[in-house]
Design a protein around this ligand. Structure first.
Ligand SMILES: Cc1ncc(COP(=O)(O)O)c(C=O)c1O
Length: 473
Protein backbone atom coordinates (compact mmCIF):
# COMPACT_ATOMS: atom_id res chain seq x y z
CA UNK A 1 0.00 0.00 0.00
CA UNK A 2 1.39 3.41 -0.98
CA UNK A 3 1.33 5.76 1.99
CA UNK A 4 -0.69 8.99 2.00
CA UNK A 5 1.82 11.78 2.53
CA UNK A 6 2.69 15.05 0.86
CA UNK A 7 5.89 13.52 -0.58
CA UNK A 8 4.03 10.55 -1.98
CA UNK A 9 1.29 12.76 -3.34
CA UNK A 10 3.93 14.78 -5.20
CA UNK A 11 5.50 11.62 -6.59
CA UNK A 12 2.12 10.39 -7.75
CA UNK A 13 1.30 13.82 -9.21
CA UNK A 14 4.56 13.65 -11.15
CA UNK A 15 3.66 10.24 -12.45
CA UNK A 16 0.15 11.43 -13.43
CA UNK A 17 1.64 14.37 -15.33
CA UNK A 18 4.08 12.02 -17.10
CA UNK A 19 1.31 9.65 -18.05
CA UNK A 20 -1.18 12.36 -19.06
CA UNK A 21 -0.81 12.54 -22.81
CA UNK A 22 -2.15 15.96 -23.80
CA UNK A 23 -0.83 15.66 -27.36
CA UNK A 24 -2.85 12.60 -28.30
CA UNK A 25 -6.02 13.09 -26.33
CA UNK A 26 -9.12 14.62 -27.93
CA UNK A 27 -10.07 18.09 -26.71
CA UNK A 28 -13.35 16.71 -25.41
CA UNK A 29 -14.04 13.13 -24.54
CA UNK A 30 -17.22 13.22 -22.63
CA UNK A 31 -20.52 11.63 -23.49
CA UNK A 32 -23.71 11.86 -21.51
CA UNK A 33 -23.82 11.71 -17.72
CA UNK A 34 -25.56 8.32 -17.95
CA UNK A 35 -22.74 6.90 -20.11
CA UNK A 36 -20.11 8.26 -17.75
CA UNK A 37 -21.87 6.87 -14.69
CA UNK A 38 -21.87 3.48 -16.33
CA UNK A 39 -18.13 3.48 -16.98
CA UNK A 40 -16.64 5.45 -14.09
CA UNK A 41 -16.90 4.22 -10.52
CA UNK A 42 -17.03 7.24 -8.21
CA UNK A 43 -18.56 5.36 -5.27
CA UNK A 44 -17.21 5.86 -1.74
CA UNK A 45 -17.12 3.16 0.88
CA UNK A 46 -16.04 2.13 4.37
CA UNK A 47 -12.54 1.02 3.43
CA UNK A 48 -9.83 3.49 2.45
CA UNK A 49 -8.04 3.26 -0.88
CA UNK A 50 -4.32 3.57 -1.49
CA UNK A 51 -2.51 6.09 -3.70
CA UNK A 52 -2.40 3.82 -6.73
CA UNK A 53 -6.19 3.86 -6.90
CA UNK A 54 -6.21 7.64 -6.52
CA UNK A 55 -3.59 7.90 -9.28
CA UNK A 56 -5.84 6.02 -11.71
CA UNK A 57 -8.80 8.25 -10.81
CA UNK A 58 -6.66 11.39 -11.23
CA UNK A 59 -5.74 10.23 -14.71
CA UNK A 60 -9.37 9.47 -15.54
CA UNK A 61 -10.31 12.88 -14.22
CA UNK A 62 -7.84 14.64 -16.51
CA UNK A 63 -8.61 12.53 -19.55
CA UNK A 64 -12.38 12.76 -19.29
CA UNK A 65 -12.59 16.49 -18.54
CA UNK A 66 -12.30 18.73 -21.60
CA UNK A 67 -8.74 19.92 -22.18
CA UNK A 68 -9.21 23.64 -21.58
CA UNK A 69 -5.51 24.27 -22.19
CA UNK A 70 -5.83 23.00 -25.77
CA UNK A 71 -5.79 25.44 -28.66
CA UNK A 72 -8.84 23.50 -29.88
CA UNK A 73 -10.86 24.61 -26.85
CA UNK A 74 -12.54 27.85 -27.89
CA UNK A 75 -15.87 27.28 -26.19
CA UNK A 76 -15.51 29.40 -23.05
CA UNK A 77 -13.78 32.50 -21.75
CA UNK A 78 -10.95 30.75 -19.89
CA UNK A 79 -9.17 28.68 -22.55
CA UNK A 80 -5.42 28.30 -22.03
CA UNK A 81 -2.91 27.57 -19.30
CA UNK A 82 -0.73 29.82 -17.20
CA UNK A 83 2.14 27.70 -15.82
CA UNK A 84 3.45 30.13 -13.13
CA UNK A 85 -0.11 30.54 -11.87
CA UNK A 86 -0.55 26.77 -11.76
CA UNK A 87 2.63 26.53 -9.69
CA UNK A 88 1.24 29.20 -7.36
CA UNK A 89 -2.03 27.26 -7.09
CA UNK A 90 -0.21 24.12 -5.96
CA UNK A 91 1.79 26.04 -3.36
CA UNK A 92 -1.41 27.71 -2.15
CA UNK A 93 -2.90 24.29 -1.47
CA UNK A 94 0.17 23.11 0.45
CA UNK A 95 -0.02 26.08 2.82
CA UNK A 96 -3.85 26.17 2.91
CA UNK A 97 -3.99 29.64 4.44
CA UNK A 98 -7.25 31.52 4.73
CA UNK A 99 -7.49 35.21 3.98
CA UNK A 100 -9.56 36.59 6.85
CA UNK A 101 -6.70 37.84 9.02
CA UNK A 102 -3.14 38.95 8.45
CA UNK A 103 -2.02 36.59 11.23
CA UNK A 104 -2.85 33.45 9.26
CA UNK A 105 -2.01 34.75 5.79
CA UNK A 106 0.74 37.36 6.05
CA UNK A 107 2.44 36.91 2.66
CA UNK A 108 -0.74 36.48 0.64
CA UNK A 109 -2.21 39.56 2.35
CA UNK A 110 0.71 41.72 1.20
CA UNK A 111 0.49 40.15 -2.26
CA UNK A 112 -3.25 40.77 -2.49
CA UNK A 113 -2.73 44.42 -1.50
CA UNK A 114 -0.04 44.79 -4.17
CA UNK A 115 -2.29 43.19 -6.80
CA UNK A 116 -5.15 45.51 -5.84
CA UNK A 117 -2.76 48.43 -6.11
CA UNK A 118 -1.69 47.34 -9.62
CA UNK A 119 -5.25 46.66 -10.77
CA UNK A 120 -6.36 50.07 -9.48
CA UNK A 121 -3.50 51.73 -11.35
CA UNK A 122 -4.61 50.11 -14.59
CA UNK A 123 -8.20 51.19 -14.02
CA UNK A 124 -7.16 54.70 -12.99
CA UNK A 125 -8.49 54.65 -9.41
CA UNK A 126 -5.75 56.68 -7.73
CA UNK A 127 -6.92 56.10 -4.16
CA UNK A 128 -8.87 52.92 -4.80
CA UNK A 129 -9.05 49.71 -2.82
CA UNK A 130 -10.56 46.27 -3.34
CA UNK A 131 -10.74 42.68 -2.27
CA UNK A 132 -10.32 39.43 -4.11
CA UNK A 133 -13.49 37.43 -4.69
CA UNK A 134 -14.55 34.08 -6.10
CA UNK A 135 -15.35 35.43 -9.55
CA UNK A 136 -17.09 38.08 -11.60
CA UNK A 137 -20.45 37.00 -10.21
CA UNK A 138 -19.43 37.77 -6.64
CA UNK A 139 -17.71 40.98 -7.77
CA UNK A 140 -20.95 42.14 -9.41
CA UNK A 141 -22.88 41.19 -6.27
CA UNK A 142 -20.55 43.22 -4.06
CA UNK A 143 -20.76 46.19 -6.44
CA UNK A 144 -24.55 46.13 -6.20
CA UNK A 145 -24.32 45.79 -2.42
CA UNK A 146 -22.07 48.89 -2.23
CA UNK A 147 -24.51 50.76 -4.45
CA UNK A 148 -27.44 49.69 -2.27
CA UNK A 149 -25.56 50.95 0.78
CA UNK A 150 -24.91 54.33 -0.82
CA UNK A 151 -28.56 54.75 -1.80
CA UNK A 152 -30.01 53.25 1.34
CA UNK A 153 -27.46 52.99 4.21
CA UNK A 154 -30.07 51.77 6.69
CA UNK A 155 -30.59 48.63 4.57
CA UNK A 156 -27.60 47.00 6.27
CA UNK A 157 -29.39 46.91 9.63
CA UNK A 158 -33.06 47.42 8.86
CA UNK A 159 -33.60 45.93 5.43
CA UNK A 160 -34.99 47.69 2.37
CA UNK A 161 -38.17 49.73 2.62
CA UNK A 162 -38.35 51.25 -0.84
CA UNK A 163 -38.25 50.07 -4.42
CA UNK A 164 -34.68 50.29 -5.60
CA UNK A 165 -33.98 49.89 -9.31
CA UNK A 166 -30.83 48.79 -11.15
CA UNK A 167 -29.99 49.03 -14.85
CA UNK A 168 -27.82 46.82 -17.05
CA UNK A 169 -27.85 46.28 -20.79
CA UNK A 170 -29.72 43.44 -22.47
CA UNK A 171 -26.26 41.91 -23.08
CA UNK A 172 -25.17 41.87 -19.42
CA UNK A 173 -24.11 38.63 -17.76
CA UNK A 174 -26.83 36.85 -15.79
CA UNK A 175 -24.92 37.41 -12.52
CA UNK A 176 -26.67 40.80 -12.15
CA UNK A 177 -29.97 38.97 -12.00
CA UNK A 178 -28.59 36.68 -9.30
CA UNK A 179 -27.17 39.64 -7.39
CA UNK A 180 -30.43 41.59 -7.27
CA UNK A 181 -32.20 38.46 -6.10
CA UNK A 182 -29.63 37.76 -3.35
CA UNK A 183 -29.74 41.37 -2.15
CA UNK A 184 -33.51 41.18 -1.63
CA UNK A 185 -34.22 43.94 -4.14
CA UNK A 186 -36.14 41.67 -6.50
CA UNK A 187 -35.43 40.64 -10.05
CA UNK A 188 -38.34 42.73 -11.39
CA UNK A 189 -36.26 45.75 -10.35
CA UNK A 190 -33.39 44.95 -12.70
CA UNK A 191 -34.12 46.84 -15.89
CA UNK A 192 -32.70 45.47 -19.11
CA UNK A 193 -31.68 48.45 -21.24
CA UNK A 194 -31.52 48.18 -25.03
CA UNK A 195 -28.14 47.79 -26.71
CA UNK A 196 -27.14 48.74 -30.25
CA UNK A 197 -26.29 46.36 -33.10
CA UNK A 198 -22.82 45.77 -31.67
CA UNK A 199 -24.20 44.96 -28.21
CA UNK A 200 -23.28 48.28 -26.51
CA UNK A 201 -25.77 49.87 -24.12
CA UNK A 202 -27.61 52.84 -25.64
CA UNK A 203 -27.11 55.80 -23.24
CA UNK A 204 -30.35 57.51 -24.30
CA UNK A 205 -32.27 54.31 -23.54
CA UNK A 206 -30.58 54.18 -20.12
CA UNK A 207 -31.63 57.73 -19.34
CA UNK A 208 -35.17 57.06 -20.49
CA UNK A 209 -35.40 53.93 -18.31
CA UNK A 210 -34.21 55.89 -15.25
CA UNK A 211 -36.80 58.59 -15.85
CA UNK A 212 -39.58 56.01 -16.13
CA UNK A 213 -38.56 54.46 -12.78
CA UNK A 214 -38.57 57.90 -11.16
CA UNK A 215 -42.00 58.71 -12.55
CA UNK A 216 -43.21 55.53 -10.81
CA UNK A 217 -41.80 56.78 -7.50
CA UNK A 218 -38.98 54.23 -7.50
CA UNK A 219 -35.40 54.89 -6.44
CA UNK A 220 -32.78 54.22 -9.17
CA UNK A 221 -29.49 53.26 -7.50
CA UNK A 222 -27.17 51.30 -9.80
CA UNK A 223 -25.94 51.25 -13.39
CA UNK A 224 -23.96 48.17 -14.38
CA UNK A 225 -21.94 48.51 -17.57
CA UNK A 226 -20.07 45.65 -19.20
CA UNK A 227 -16.53 45.76 -20.58
CA UNK A 228 -16.44 42.72 -22.84
CA UNK A 229 -19.92 41.21 -22.99
CA UNK A 230 -20.21 37.45 -22.75
CA UNK A 231 -21.49 36.79 -26.26
CA UNK A 232 -20.27 39.66 -28.45
CA UNK A 233 -17.35 41.02 -26.41
CA UNK A 234 -18.86 44.51 -26.60
CA UNK A 235 -17.66 47.45 -24.49
CA UNK A 236 -20.37 49.74 -23.17
CA UNK A 237 -19.51 53.44 -23.58
CA UNK A 238 -18.39 54.64 -20.16
CA UNK A 239 -18.27 58.45 -20.44
CA UNK A 240 -21.90 59.14 -21.50
CA UNK A 241 -23.23 56.61 -18.99
CA UNK A 242 -21.03 58.10 -16.25
CA UNK A 243 -22.57 61.51 -16.98
CA UNK A 244 -26.05 60.03 -16.65
CA UNK A 245 -25.14 58.19 -13.44
CA UNK A 246 -23.68 61.36 -11.97
CA UNK A 247 -26.72 63.42 -12.95
CA UNK A 248 -29.11 61.01 -11.20
CA UNK A 249 -26.69 60.22 -8.36
CA UNK A 250 -26.35 56.52 -9.17
CA UNK A 251 -23.50 54.09 -8.54
CA UNK A 252 -21.64 53.22 -11.73
CA UNK A 253 -20.13 49.75 -11.94
CA UNK A 254 -18.15 48.19 -14.79
CA UNK A 255 -18.27 44.42 -15.12
CA UNK A 256 -14.85 43.80 -16.67
CA UNK A 257 -14.75 40.11 -15.73
CA UNK A 258 -13.84 39.24 -19.30
CA UNK A 259 -12.75 42.48 -20.94
CA UNK A 260 -10.93 44.56 -18.30
CA UNK A 261 -7.48 43.04 -19.12
CA UNK A 262 -7.62 45.10 -22.33
CA UNK A 263 -6.21 47.83 -20.05
CA UNK A 264 -2.81 46.11 -20.24
CA UNK A 265 -2.59 47.05 -23.92
CA UNK A 266 -1.66 50.59 -24.86
CA UNK A 267 -2.88 49.82 -28.39
CA UNK A 268 -6.35 48.59 -27.38
CA UNK A 269 -7.09 50.15 -24.00
CA UNK A 270 -9.17 52.84 -25.73
CA UNK A 271 -11.97 50.24 -25.78
CA UNK A 272 -12.30 50.78 -22.05
CA UNK A 273 -11.55 54.49 -22.00
CA UNK A 274 -12.72 56.43 -18.94
CA UNK A 275 -12.87 53.38 -16.65
CA UNK A 276 -11.77 55.74 -13.86
CA UNK A 277 -15.18 57.44 -14.04
CA UNK A 278 -16.80 54.33 -12.53
CA UNK A 279 -17.29 53.72 -8.81
CA UNK A 280 -16.32 50.05 -9.03
CA UNK A 281 -14.83 47.54 -11.47
CA UNK A 282 -14.96 43.74 -11.57
CA UNK A 283 -11.94 41.95 -13.05
CA UNK A 284 -11.45 38.18 -13.43
CA UNK A 285 -7.90 36.84 -13.46
CA UNK A 286 -9.33 33.39 -14.22
CA UNK A 287 -10.51 34.36 -17.69
CA UNK A 288 -8.13 36.12 -20.09
CA UNK A 289 -5.17 35.95 -17.69
CA UNK A 290 -5.60 32.15 -17.50
CA UNK A 291 -5.04 31.91 -13.75
CA UNK A 292 -6.60 28.65 -12.45
CA UNK A 293 -10.11 29.16 -11.07
CA UNK A 294 -10.92 31.01 -8.93
CA UNK A 295 -9.25 34.41 -9.05
CA UNK A 296 -11.05 37.73 -9.36
CA UNK A 297 -11.31 41.13 -7.72
CA UNK A 298 -13.79 43.87 -6.96
CA UNK A 299 -12.14 47.29 -7.11
CA UNK A 300 -13.70 50.40 -5.61
CA UNK A 301 -12.78 54.01 -6.01
CA UNK A 302 -13.71 54.98 -2.44
CA UNK A 303 -11.47 53.82 0.41
CA UNK A 304 -13.08 52.26 3.45
CA UNK A 305 -16.43 51.50 1.87
CA UNK A 306 -15.91 47.74 1.56
CA UNK A 307 -15.26 47.44 5.29
CA UNK A 308 -18.16 49.73 6.15
CA UNK A 309 -20.54 47.60 4.11
CA UNK A 310 -19.16 44.06 4.45
CA UNK A 311 -17.88 43.92 8.02
CA UNK A 312 -19.90 42.68 10.97
CA UNK A 313 -19.16 40.34 13.87
CA UNK A 314 -16.12 38.24 14.65
CA UNK A 315 -14.31 40.83 16.76
CA UNK A 316 -14.64 38.69 19.91
CA UNK A 317 -12.57 35.84 18.60
CA UNK A 318 -11.09 36.57 15.18
CA UNK A 319 -10.50 40.18 14.23
CA UNK A 320 -8.27 41.20 17.14
CA UNK A 321 -7.37 44.87 17.53
CA UNK A 322 -3.63 44.26 17.19
CA UNK A 323 -0.94 46.17 15.29
CA UNK A 324 -1.94 44.44 12.02
CA UNK A 325 -5.69 45.00 12.31
CA UNK A 326 -5.70 47.25 9.24
CA UNK A 327 -4.39 44.30 7.23
CA UNK A 328 -7.30 41.97 8.08
CA UNK A 329 -8.80 41.71 4.60
CA UNK A 330 -11.64 39.55 5.94
CA UNK A 331 -13.40 42.70 7.11
CA UNK A 332 -13.70 43.83 3.49
CA UNK A 333 -15.14 40.51 2.38
CA UNK A 334 -18.49 38.71 2.65
CA UNK A 335 -16.56 35.45 3.07
CA UNK A 336 -14.96 34.11 6.24
CA UNK A 337 -12.82 31.28 4.88
CA UNK A 338 -11.31 32.58 1.64
CA UNK A 339 -8.62 30.81 -0.33
CA UNK A 340 -5.35 32.69 -0.83
CA UNK A 341 -5.99 33.29 -4.54
CA UNK A 342 -3.48 36.13 -4.49
CA UNK A 343 -0.43 33.86 -4.64
CA UNK A 344 -1.18 32.31 -8.02
CA UNK A 345 -2.11 35.68 -9.55
CA UNK A 346 0.99 37.29 -8.05
CA UNK A 347 3.26 34.45 -9.29
CA UNK A 348 1.99 34.78 -12.83
CA UNK A 349 2.02 38.58 -12.86
CA UNK A 350 5.59 38.50 -11.52
CA UNK A 351 6.65 35.96 -14.16
CA UNK A 352 4.79 37.45 -17.12
CA UNK A 353 4.82 41.14 -16.25
CA UNK A 354 2.51 43.84 -17.59
CA UNK A 355 4.35 43.64 -20.90
CA UNK A 356 3.72 39.90 -21.23
CA UNK A 357 -0.03 40.39 -20.75
CA UNK A 358 0.06 43.29 -23.21
CA UNK A 359 1.78 41.09 -25.82
CA UNK A 360 -0.78 38.37 -25.32
CA UNK A 361 -3.70 40.75 -25.83
CA UNK A 362 -2.13 42.38 -28.88
CA UNK A 363 -1.40 38.95 -30.38
CA UNK A 364 -4.96 37.72 -29.83
CA UNK A 365 -6.48 40.96 -31.16
CA UNK A 366 -4.41 40.57 -34.33
CA UNK A 367 -5.44 36.92 -34.57
CA UNK A 368 -9.07 38.02 -34.32
CA UNK A 369 -8.54 40.50 -37.16
CA UNK A 370 -6.89 37.81 -39.30
CA UNK A 371 -9.71 35.37 -38.59
CA UNK A 372 -12.30 37.98 -39.55
CA UNK A 373 -10.43 38.39 -42.86
CA UNK A 374 -10.61 34.62 -43.41
CA UNK A 375 -14.32 34.64 -42.70
CA UNK A 376 -14.86 37.31 -45.35
CA UNK A 377 -13.55 34.84 -47.95
CA UNK A 378 -15.57 31.88 -46.64
CA UNK A 379 -19.14 30.57 -46.73
CA UNK A 380 -19.69 32.10 -43.29
CA UNK A 381 -20.77 35.54 -42.19
CA UNK A 382 -20.16 37.64 -39.12
CA UNK A 383 -23.10 38.58 -36.90
CA UNK A 384 -21.30 41.69 -35.52
CA UNK A 385 -18.11 43.71 -35.87
CA UNK A 386 -15.92 42.12 -33.18
CA UNK A 387 -14.09 44.66 -31.04
CA UNK A 388 -12.65 42.15 -28.57
CA UNK A 389 -11.91 38.43 -28.61
CA UNK A 390 -15.40 37.02 -29.29
CA UNK A 391 -16.35 36.25 -32.89
CA UNK A 392 -19.96 35.25 -33.58
CA UNK A 393 -20.38 33.84 -37.07
CA UNK A 394 -22.60 31.49 -39.02
CA UNK A 395 -23.28 29.96 -42.40
CA UNK A 396 -24.27 32.58 -44.94
CA UNK A 397 -27.48 31.03 -46.24
CA UNK A 398 -28.46 34.03 -48.37
CA UNK A 399 -31.59 34.15 -46.19
CA UNK A 400 -32.79 30.68 -47.15
CA UNK A 401 -32.75 29.51 -43.53
CA UNK A 402 -35.08 30.53 -40.71
CA UNK A 403 -33.64 31.33 -37.29
CA UNK A 404 -34.50 27.82 -36.13
CA UNK A 405 -32.69 26.45 -39.19
CA UNK A 406 -29.60 28.50 -38.37
CA UNK A 407 -29.63 27.49 -34.73
CA UNK A 408 -29.95 23.79 -35.54
CA UNK A 409 -27.18 24.07 -38.12
CA UNK A 410 -24.86 25.77 -35.59
CA UNK A 411 -25.57 23.04 -33.02
CA UNK A 412 -24.86 20.32 -35.61
CA UNK A 413 -21.64 22.01 -36.80
CA UNK A 414 -20.35 22.28 -33.22
CA UNK A 415 -21.23 18.63 -32.59
CA UNK A 416 -19.27 17.54 -35.70
CA UNK A 417 -16.28 19.73 -34.83
CA UNK A 418 -16.16 18.02 -31.46
CA UNK A 419 -16.72 14.53 -32.88
CA UNK A 420 -13.90 14.98 -35.40
CA UNK A 421 -11.68 16.52 -32.70
CA UNK A 422 -11.17 19.71 -34.65
CA UNK A 423 -12.47 22.09 -32.02
CA UNK A 424 -14.63 22.24 -28.93
CA UNK A 425 -16.80 25.22 -29.80
CA UNK A 426 -20.17 26.49 -28.74
CA UNK A 427 -23.07 28.34 -30.27
CA UNK A 428 -24.86 31.35 -28.82
CA UNK A 429 -27.91 33.40 -29.64
CA UNK A 430 -27.84 37.16 -29.61
CA UNK A 431 -30.51 39.63 -30.67
CA UNK A 432 -32.58 36.78 -32.05
CA UNK A 433 -29.79 35.37 -34.21
CA UNK A 434 -27.70 32.26 -33.54
CA UNK A 435 -24.08 31.73 -34.47
CA UNK A 436 -20.94 29.85 -33.53
CA UNK A 437 -19.15 31.78 -30.80
CA UNK A 438 -15.38 31.60 -31.17
CA UNK A 439 -13.50 32.74 -28.06
CA UNK A 440 -9.84 33.67 -28.45
CA UNK A 441 -8.36 33.45 -24.95
CA UNK A 442 -5.51 31.04 -25.57
CA UNK A 443 -2.29 32.55 -26.94
CA UNK A 444 -1.18 29.09 -28.15
CA UNK A 445 -3.72 29.19 -30.94
CA UNK A 446 -2.55 30.41 -34.36
CA UNK A 447 -4.10 31.42 -37.66
CA UNK A 448 -3.25 28.09 -39.33
CA UNK A 449 -5.32 26.27 -36.69
CA UNK A 450 -8.19 28.69 -37.19
CA UNK A 451 -7.96 28.27 -40.97
CA UNK A 452 -8.11 24.49 -40.44
CA UNK A 453 -11.19 24.88 -38.30
CA UNK A 454 -12.89 27.10 -40.86
CA UNK A 455 -12.08 24.70 -43.69
CA UNK A 456 -13.55 21.88 -41.59
CA UNK A 457 -16.67 24.00 -40.97
CA UNK A 458 -16.95 24.40 -44.73
CA UNK A 459 -16.82 20.67 -45.39
CA UNK A 460 -19.16 19.93 -42.49
CA UNK A 461 -21.76 22.47 -43.56
CA UNK A 462 -21.88 21.10 -47.10
CA UNK A 463 -22.43 17.55 -45.89
CA UNK A 464 -25.01 18.62 -43.27
CA UNK A 465 -26.99 20.59 -45.84
CA UNK A 466 -26.94 17.54 -48.11
CA UNK A 467 -28.19 15.28 -45.29
CA UNK A 468 -30.98 17.43 -43.89
CA UNK A 469 -33.34 20.13 -45.10
CA UNK A 470 -32.53 22.92 -42.67
CA UNK A 471 -34.69 25.34 -44.63
CA UNK A 472 -37.75 23.35 -43.57
CA UNK A 473 -37.12 24.09 -39.87
C1 LIG B 1 -19.23 39.60 -18.59
C2 LIG B 1 -19.21 38.56 -17.50
N1 LIG B 1 -19.39 38.95 -16.24
C3 LIG B 1 -19.38 38.08 -15.21
C4 LIG B 1 -19.20 36.74 -15.45
C5 LIG B 1 -19.20 35.79 -14.29
O1 LIG B 1 -17.92 35.54 -13.93
P1 LIG B 1 -17.53 34.31 -12.96
O2 LIG B 1 -17.77 33.08 -13.77
O3 LIG B 1 -16.10 34.56 -12.67
O4 LIG B 1 -18.41 34.39 -11.77
C6 LIG B 1 -18.99 36.28 -16.76
C7 LIG B 1 -18.77 34.86 -17.02
O5 LIG B 1 -18.63 34.42 -18.12
C8 LIG B 1 -19.02 37.22 -17.81
O6 LIG B 1 -18.85 36.84 -19.08
Amino acid sequence: MTKHSVQNSLLVLNSVIDRYDTKNRPVSNNGSAMQLRAKLDVSLGDDGADMSELEEMALNYLNINPDVSSAKFNKLLYSGLNAPALFGDWVTSISNATMHTYQVSPVATLMELELINQWNKLVGFNQGEGVMVSGGSQANLIAMLLARHKACPQAKTQGIRQTLVAYVSDQAHYSSLKAINVLGIGSDNLISVASDEQGRIIPAALEEAIKISMSLGHRPFYVGLTAGTTVLGAYDPVAPCAAIAKHFDLWLHIDGAWGAPILFSSKHRHLLADANLADSVAWDAHKLMNVPLTAAVILTKEQGLLKEVCSGGGSDYLFHADENAAYNLGERSIQCGRRADALKVWMSWKAIGNKGFEEKIDYLQQLKTDFVALLAKSRFELLHQPSYLNVLFRYNSAETLSEQGHKTLCIDICAKLKQQDIAYSDYASCKGRSGIRLILANANINIEQLQKMLTACDVIVISLLAERDYSAL
